[in-house]
Design a protein around this ligand. Structure first.
Ligand code: TXA
Ligand code: MG
Length: 341
């Protein structure tokens, strides 16, 4: 199959919507990461998503909508969902709610809940609206690869597997949406993202964060979200995260880098402010703050693979605000190899 990479405009979005209606797959930009979309109500089309990604069938998909009313046939919303939608939709927030029968079980991997999100990206919004159906879309990477934040990343992973990718430029947030379960008595964050636990608590009063967000699941432990039990974002390089005072972290990283530099291709992930601490060593600048790091992290992981890096040493970011989302992705990329300095 030839994959067409097309700049998103009125005409290409109309073509993409026609493909979705015909049961085909389309790559499209959202404000978080690029998604791999199909008609959520077409079982065959949804199966093709799993095949194109190489995604395990037990990991459910997010259903994307363009207006609140479109949620009503899909799930049973509650008061918390209404208040969060009012505050954060359209935007980088996914809500887990009890599903209705119209949603094929292949979408939800057999769960009785469904994940729903209303993206704010104008191209995503237009695509859903013109398709006239809810769009099931995981991140547009091959399973186990970093999520795509540029159309070219999606092309790297999906060339030859899908007919079309809409190019809408760089994604704004850079990490996937916050996933919050509203099926229990208290809202539970299953995956941190651009809508932070602090922001959710400001609306709902009380919010819990699943503690497996920042640690690996134990042997035999049930995952609150299927996505947690699958290996994620793994770069080819062995990656280690260092936590502590910036100067201490930098001198430890420098020592380990120098010890390995003769035999390994090493790279340091650093905040802009700390670059000078690493002298002439190879660094990737992840920007001045956690928002910048969220925007940069997946591209940096991809670049490390492209450059044949075998060893990544990474600084840490404070786990508040969007820093929690950054550290959640980094800890997984590092296989939870985290060193306290
Ligand atoms: O920002 C995003 O959310 C992007 C864009 C394309 O919208 N999509 C995305 O989808 O990241 P995906 O499939 O890569 O991640 C969906 C996550 C997975 O961790 C999955 O396990 C979880 O949501 N999930 C989906 N349905 C669920 C459910 N019913 N209960 C618990 N977790 C669920
Ligand atoms: Mg994903």
């Amino acid at each position: 199959m030839i994959t067409r990479l097309v700049k998103a405009d009125e005409r290409s979005v109309a073509e993409a919507a026609a493909l979705i209606r015909a049961g085909e797959l389309v790559g499209f930009p959202t404000e978080t990461v690029y998604g791999l979309g199909a008609n959520a109500l077409n079982e065959q089309a949804v199966r093709a998503i799993f095949a194109a990604k190489g995604r395990p069938a037990d990991n459910p998909l997010i259903v994307h909508i363009a207006a609140w009313e479109e949620l009503l046939p899909l799930c049973h919303p509650n008061k918390a969902a209404e208040r969060l939608a009012e505050a954060f939709w359209p935007g980088p927030l996914t809500m887990i709610l009890p599903k209705k029968d119209i949603v094929p079980t292949v979408v939800t991997a057999g769960l009785d809940s469904v994940a729903i999100r209303m993206p704010s990206h104008p191209v995503a919004h237009a695509l859903i609206q013109e398709s006239g159906c809810p769009i099931a879309a995981p991140s547009g990477n091959r399973s186990g690869r970093p999520s795509p934040t540029l159309a070219s990343h999606m092309m790297e992973d999906m060339d030859g597997r899908i007919p079309m990718i809409l190019d809408g430029g760089a994604c704004d947030v850079g990490v996937e949406s916050t996933v919050v379960s509203l099926t229990g008595p208290v809202a539970l964050v299953l995956r941190p993202g651009g809508i932070t636990p602090e922001m959710l608590a400001a609306v709902l009063g009380e919010v819990h964060v699943a503690d497996s967000v920042m640690r690996p699941l134990k042997e035999g432990e049930a995952a609150p979200s299927p996505g947690m039990k699958h290996k994620h974002y793994a770069p080819k390089a062995h990656m280690t995260l260092y936590e502590g005072r910036a100067e201490d972290v930098a001198s430890r990283i420098c020592a380990e880098y120098d010890a390995l530099a003769a035999t390994e291709k090493c790279l340091i992930f650093s905040a802009s402010d700390h670059l000078a601490l690493y002298g002439a060593r190879q660094t990737a600048d992840l920007g001045p703050d956690a928002w910048a790091a969220a925007h940069a992290i997946f591209a940096a992981l991809r670049q490390a693979d492209t450059d044949g890096v075998t060893r990544v040493f990474s600084e840490s970011w404070p786990e508040n605000g969007v820093g929690l989302a950054v550290m959640n992705r980094m800890a997984r990329a590092a296989g939870f190899d985290i060193i306290q300095v």
